[in-house]
Ligand binder design. Structure first.
Ligand code: MF3
Ligand code: CO
Length: 239
């Protein structure tokens, strides 16, 4: 069931990525996502979670995570669009996110931030090995981000996922190799680096949700739900 929930998540994210273009609104994306999820026999996992009002989180540019879709937010060429989606299927949960540009970007810093943030996710996933320590994931993500001159958001973390959207363990995107709980086959982890071009500090806007970088710098976010096995980690939120 976690596999199916995550397959729906992956299909939604792929469709949204293909749909993004200048002039559409973040609410347009939310409507497409909800329709797809319901058609697939699922339910949005974020809607109603701690009173969150929408299916998607859509965060632009200096917004880190938890942007609320709105008909007033119109995508512009070159924007970073971070989209996060959760699906409940037969009471099991899938969760993933990706960032993409609206019709590409010519900003070298923004391009590097996107590449490094996605790479940091995959470097973390490589550490999802049976009997390894959780913070091996954290430390791999942190090294990739900081060696590129970027900073790791502290205020939000990855998490176990499956029966609920947020389960133990918390998965910080910074930490020390060799520390934390031992990973075991069957554990499903939502790993989600949020990386800023400037300071790691964030503010939350007066809507109670939207997290933005304190210095106005750009931010990117990539997330996969991954299952630990006796062998290589398996990414579930991929088609
Ligand atoms: N992927 C995010 C998370 O796992 C999105 C949660 S948004 C919320 O925390 F509205 F559900 F909180
Ligand atoms: Co998550």
């Amino acid at each position: 069931m976690i596999r199916i929930a995550n397959r729906i998540v992956a299909e939604v994210l792929l469709t949204l990525k293909e749909t993004i273009k200048q002039g559409i609104t973040t609410l347009d994306l939310d409507i497409i996502a909800e329709e797809m999820i319901v058609k697939a026999g699922g339910k949005p996992a974020f809607k109603g979670y701690r009173k969150y009002p929408a299916t998607l989180c859509v965060s632009l540019n200096n917004e880190v995570v938890h942007g609320i879709p709105s008909k007033e937010r119109i995508l512009q060429r070159g924007d970073i669009v971070s989209m996060d989606v959760g699906v409940i299927y037969n009471n099991y949960v899938g969760d993933a996110a990706l960032s993409t540009f609206v019709e590409g970007s010519s900003d070298p810093l923004a391009n590097k931030l996107m590449e490094i943030t996605e790479k940091s996710l995959y470097d973390g996933i490589k550490e999802c090995l049976s009997r390894a320590r959780l913070q091996n994931i954290s430390s791999a993500i942190q090294a990739t981000a900081e060696n590129a001159g970027f900073s790791v958001v502290r205020n939000f973390v990855g998490h176990g996922v499956g029966r609920y959207l947020h389960e133990p363990p918390a998965i910080p995107n910074y930490g020390k190799r060799g520390q934390g709980p031992m990973l075991m086959p069957g554990m499903v982890l939502a790993i989600e680096p949020m990386i800023n071009a400037g300071t790691h500090e964030v503010d939350v806007l007066s809507d109670g949700w939207t997290a933005v970088t304190k210095d106005g710098s750009l931010s990117a976010h990539f997330e996969h739900s991954v299952v630990v096995t006796e062998n290589e980690p398996e990414i579930l939120s991929i088609i």
